[in-house]
Design a protein around this ligand. Sequence first.
Ligand SMILES: [Ca+2]
Ligand SMILES: [Ca+2]
Length: 253
Amino acid sequence: MYLLQMFNALMLGTSLALASVAVPSEHGPNTCTVMACGNPGLNGLPGRDGRDGIKGEKGDSGAILRGQQGFPGKAGPPGAHGAQGAQGTPGQKGQKGESTAVDAVQRQVTALERNIQTLQADLRKIKNVLSLQGALRVGGKTFVSTGWQETFSAGRDLCAKEGAALASPRNAAENTALQEIVKKNSKYAFLDINDIQSEGTFVYLNGARVSYTNWKSGEPNNHNNNEDCVVVHENALWNDLNCEHKSLIICEV
Ligand SMILES: [Ca+2]
Ligand SMILES: [Ca+2]
């Protein structure tokens, strides 16, 4: 509105200025100018405000420039220390950690040791009872007679059923132990040795070739071409024999 008033005032001034210049009159050349012919008139009243102009186009939004960040200010003086609080009451005592676990393991070990001692005592009793039944212990091996006579395969099954194996001496000491059992029973006994797979090649149950033998002179002879198993006699000597010939079964554990 202020600009509009200024504009009107300017226009008014311009009109007055033009009016002071001599202009030809439409009524003839003798017509005088206003300023030249009369006394100056009084100023007229200001004109009315003009209408609002056409709305202009929207201008570009100006970019906002931001200055660089300044250096950090100096560190302020340290604050005053606060008053130290009163010491709290001690907490409850916690449970023992590692020592508790170690104690538990120690108790388990002690219980296991006690069980082992009991088992060892029971085993000694069993061995003594077996000795009464003619069982012999040689090195880490124990030979026990079943007292029964069976074929080679039935004897193997009989021992395996009890978690044992048919006797197979690996040295002279073990063979002597078997000899004692045979003499006591007055029956020759099968050994877990055979040449079923390959004639003349005697092997143990696991297929390995025999590492110790105590053949009787002239044996093995594979008599009648049908002797693939082995027995030990009262004189501790060996003879190959038919596998179906029932002989004493001695197991080893
Ligand atoms: Ca044979
Ligand atoms: Ca023979």
